[in-house]
Design a protein around this ligand. Sequence first.
Ligand SMILES: [Zn+2]
Length: 346
Amino acid sequence: MSNSLFPWQDGVWQQLQQMRARLPHAILFHGAEGIGKTVFAELFAQSLLCEQPQADGHACGVCGSCGWFMQYNHPDYRRVRPEILDGEDAGDSDEGGDAGDGKKTAKSAKAPSKEIKIDQIRALSGFMNISTHRQGQRVVLLYPAEALNTAASNALLKTLEEPPPNTVFLLSSNSLDRLLPTILSRCRKFAMPLPSREQAMAWLRQQDVKDADVWLAEQGGAPLTAYAQSQSEGRELIDEFLLHLTKPGIDGALKCAEHLQKTPVAELVGWQQRWLYDLFSFKLCGTIRYYPRYEKALASLAAKVETGSLLRALKSSNERRAIAEHPLSARLFIEEMLLDYAAMFA
Ligand SMILES: [Zn+2]
């Protein structure tokens, strides 16, 4: 886990300190994916448990409580997240965190779940019923909150409706519209900022990321996802896909779907969504947000396409996103998506 805030978080950290005197029992940190919300929430959790927090509210980093916390075995702290994140190292994504729990050995046969399940919420009740170390606070960090499945959401809701004493829930979410309104209404919402372009670029340069501006633009200004993408091995795949989008056509669509059928479909939908957004934005006001290095191709395509078809394509892209995690056949899914795209220019 990281032990310091990201440079763009100092201001919100100070804001948060003002809530400390009368701490709500549930705080929901929300904002774009890839801006460091989870790191921020973890540092806040540590500071709530710290025995001698500093004047600016930061944890001391040396007390017994901080020691436990940094080894992920603080008795008054629980982290709830989908099993799939247990296998990820810090830096894989904003919501990555560390593989510190050390209990994934027994269940490696099944694909790790992307959901937060009801058993994980039920497991908290034992934790909440025993007294805390030195009568201090108890902290539960849960992320990303949109990973809660329906049963787990309802179980959590019950807990939030009757909050146990001395317990603080910290939730983090990339998309509030995917949470139950009843959960939202039980939490104090706390908006997390996107860094300025300068802040994000400075941070990416510190991590030695080449072509930082390209990555940052593609990820809509979110530095942690830009970093994760720059480290992934899938760069050629993204380029192949984008190259196909510059030359829409039936043959190309079929070939592309065959090549890319092993690529996570949700990622492809995401890349295409950004591409469509750029086309739309260029057509309407001549600006490009995500793929500035494809400006020439975007300009020429934008001239060939009707605004109405673009709007429909954006809408169906949103619908595809909702089912992209579990397509029946990845290849057919990609084919259909690319054929629809080609038809806009026919
Ligand atoms: Zn401490």
